[in-house]
Design a protein around this ligand. Structure first.
Ligand code: HDD
Length: 678
């Protein structure tokens, strides 16, 4: 195929480079290129007179400003992106002919956008919400988009209900309250009256809905897709992204406070990590089911409210994505990127999941309003790295200049080109699934079990995770005003676990459900965050320090840095803090800017002559970190703060009296993330 080009990890970057402009040290011009002599005063008839219509510079500047907003995404409005590359470990040739999944070691450029779902573009990032995890692979056969979430199932089974779901979760119609929250009547009214939501709600009430970082979440394609190999044989496939740093979350009290202290917490974390060279990595996993095994399970494998338990269908790790470059301009890239589950390449196909089928309509449709017309594929971020040729012409913002008189097919004047491709030449051929049936608006009986996997999820949780789920339900339903909605929701979740529902009901002061529960005992350890990867790398440590800190502090901080831990020095004021040995450390945070909720762990370095104000600030910091179950360490000087609040020797609290292995034990504790048994 002469017009195809070999793709490597940098191909998209090279393409984008042609569109990048650096305005620094340049002369200011109008959009027509005319140099501008004055940019502060509009053209007036006399110094105190009226502004003149002929001021083309004023008109252009204001007009552009007036038009610089586009509609935010109807869902997933708040998001943040990064560039990277995907490297294949293992050939998938046996299952799919997709070119980017053939050669181990081959690299494909990617662009990823993480997002919350419900909140508007400026909302806080620590909402209790699903996170979007959308990946665009710029392959040599065209763009392939894997538009997934950080939870493997969805609220509904049929796309026709999506507007209802979103209307219910978005701020209520009459008063536009609350922003970026599911804790309100309409959402829970929808849940209780659409019981297919049960499984997803268990995920939504779990710690997965308040991730510590975009870098520490799993991603899932959710739907069952199809792989098709060179021989035309099809396989069912589910996609997983597994973060190398493991899956970690914050606690709800912390999430609410972070939203106030730093509503950009997640985007800043992603941006800074990439800026520091701590590139986020996610491994791509696939679960594959042979078509002949389609009906081997006690659920319908096409039902998007079901997982394929990893213990039953193992996840095969086939490659790794590394995010290694920040965007240059958030509007041009993050806002204008257009994902679509229908952006597909040969070797990957759809299934009859009715949620997926409906999505195939919605995503192009939404870009037409959001990006203003049918040429959004020409925006730099959306362009495929291989050329595109067809007979589509015109439309707002068209950039391609198609040469020649012909824009139709079939033709003789251009030798019937652009011509279609055979399968061998890379032409997309739809999988020839045999389909027959009557036209019917109904749901298959095989989609009607809404609770078994919600029970599986509950069974798989650790004690701490269960406590969090009960607290989450109690908070969310506690924010509802309608007691009827509260009661309906509690009654519904009695089908998952009676004791859980009773505890929530007691917290809400509604009638305790008397029957429910399930005799399903199966559990899936892979679902619990308790079994995730624990590493100290890139964790943020607050070092609380004052003048006169001891020598031991220097050594400890150096050791912790060598473990990949990021250290922020927090003191009463910015600038130099002097140690006993006349060594200085620079404070880059004060107690006013560096709140405990913004850190993963705390180290009390202390000082030799601290005042009451410092002592109080340290005490607040440590109590708060302790209440959020975070690792806390102290130098010999810092021990007295632990004693004062009576937490010495508690789980995850390490005192500097054991300096010989302090760095080792403290970095291990930081890797463990949280200590629930306090
Ligand atoms: Fe969707 C955006 C993920 C169901 C309609 N969706 C959107 C984004 C993600 C998802 C990650 C943000 C992409 C970006 O960052 O630009 N959506 C999902 C998943 C679903 C799902 C994992 C179920 C498995 N979505 C879904 C349905 C519909 C939509 C059933 C409609 C029938 N989704 C949209 C949309 C959005 C969107 C309205 C808003 C902005 C956009 O598409 O580009 O078309």
């Amino acid at each position: 195929m002469s017009d195809k080009r070999k793709v490597d990890g940098n191909s998209k970057n090279e393409q984008l480079e042609k569109f990048r402009v650096d305005d620094q040290d340049k002369k200011m011009t109008t959009n027509q290129g005319l140099r501008i002599s004055e940019d502060e005063f509009s053209l007036k008839a006399g110094e105190r007179g009226p502004t003149l219509m002929e001021d083309f510079h004023f008109r252009e500047k204001i007009t552009h400003f007036d038009h610089e907003r586009i509609p935010e995404r109807v869902v997933h409005a708040r998001g943040y992106s990064a560039h990277g590359e995907f490297e294949l470990y293992e050939s998938m040739k046996e299952y799919t002919r997709a070119k980017f999944l053939q050669e181990p070691g081959s690299k494909t450029p990617v662009f990823v956008r993480f997002s919350t779902v419900a909140g508007s573009k400026g909302s806080g990032e620590l909402a209790r919400d699903v996170r979007g995890f959308a990946t665009k692979f710029y392959t040599e056969e065209g763009n392939y988009d894997l538009v997934g979430n950080n939870m493997p199932v969805f609220f509904i089974q049929d796309a026709i209900k999506f507007p209802d779901l979103i209307h219910a979760v978005k701020p209520e119609q009459h008063n536009e309250i609350p922003q970026a929250a599911s804790a309100h009547d309409t959402f829970w009214d929808f849940v209780a009256n659409n019981q297919e939501t049960a499984h997803m709600i268990m995920w939504h009430m779990s710690d997965r809905a308040i991730p510590r970082s975009f870098r520490m979440m799993e991603g899932f394609g959710v739907h069952t897709f199809r792989f098709v190999n060179e021989e035309g044989k099809g396989y069912f496939v589910k996609f997983h992204w597994k973060p190398k740093l493991g899956v970690h979350s914050v606690v709800w009290d912390e999430a609410q406070k972070i939203n106030g202290k730093n509503p950009d917490f997640h985007r800043a974390d992603l941006y800074e990590s990439i800026d520091n060279g701590d590139y986020p990595e996610f491994e791509l996993g696939v679960q594959i089911i042979d078509e002949t095994d389609e009906n081997m399970f006690n659920f319908d494998i096409l039902d998007p409210t079901k997982i394929w338990p990893e213990e039953d269908v193992p996840v095969r790790i086939i490659g790794k994505m590394t995010l290694n470059r920040n965007v240059d301009n958030v509007f041009a890239e993050n806002e204008q990127v257009a994902f679509h589950p229908g952006h597909i390449v040969p070797g990957i196909d759809f299934t009859n999941d009715p949620l997926l089928q409906g999505r195939l309509f919605s995503y192009t449709d939404t870009q037409l309003i959001r990006l203003g017309g049918p040429n959004f594929h020409e925006l730099p971020i959306n362009r495929s790295v291989c050329p595109f040729h067809n007979n589509q012409r015109g439309g707002y913002g068209r950039q391609t200049i198609n040469k020649g008189q012909v824009s139709y097919h079939n033709n003789s004047l251009a030798n019937n080109t652009p011509s279609v491709s055979s399968e061998e030449e890379g032409g997309y051929v739809h999988y020839q699934e045999k389909v027959e049936g009557r036209k019917i608006r109904a749901r298959s009986d095989s989609f009607k079990d809404h609770f078994s996997q919600a029970v599986l999820f509950w069974n798989s949780m650790s004690d701490a995770e269960r406590d969090h789920i009960i607290s989450a339900f109690s908070f969310e339903l506690g924010m509802c005003k309608s007691q009827s909605v509260q009661q309906q929701a509690v009654n519904m979740f009695a089908n998952v676990n009676l004791e859980m529902a009773q505890e929530i009901a007691a917290n809400l002061g509604v009638t305790l459900p008397e029957s429910g529960g399930s005799n399903i005992t199966k559990c899936s350890p892979a679902l619990s965050q308790e079994n995730t990867v624990n590493l100290p790398d890139t964790r943020k440590l607050a070092v609380l320090i004052d003048d006169g800190f001891s020598d031991e502090v220097d050594k400890t901080l150096k050791g912790l840095e060598e473990k990949g831990i990021h250290i922020e020095i927090v003191s009463k004021k910015l600038g130099d803090v002097k140690g006993k040995n006349h060594r200085t450390i620079k404070a880059n945070q004060t107690f006013a800017t560096g709140d405990p909720v913004l850190f993963d762990a705390v180290y009390i370095a202390g000082g030799d002559n601290t005042d009451k104000d410092f002592d109080e600030k340290v005490s607040y910091f440590v109590k708060e970190a302790y209440s959020h179950f975070k690792p806390i360490g102290a130098s010999s000087d810092g021990n007295r703060y632990l004693e004062a609040i009576n937490i010495e020797g508690k789980a995850g609290v390490l005192s500097g009296n054991i300096p010989s292995n302090f760095v080792e034990s403290f970095s291990e504790a930081i890797g463990l993330h949280r200590f629930w048994d306090r």
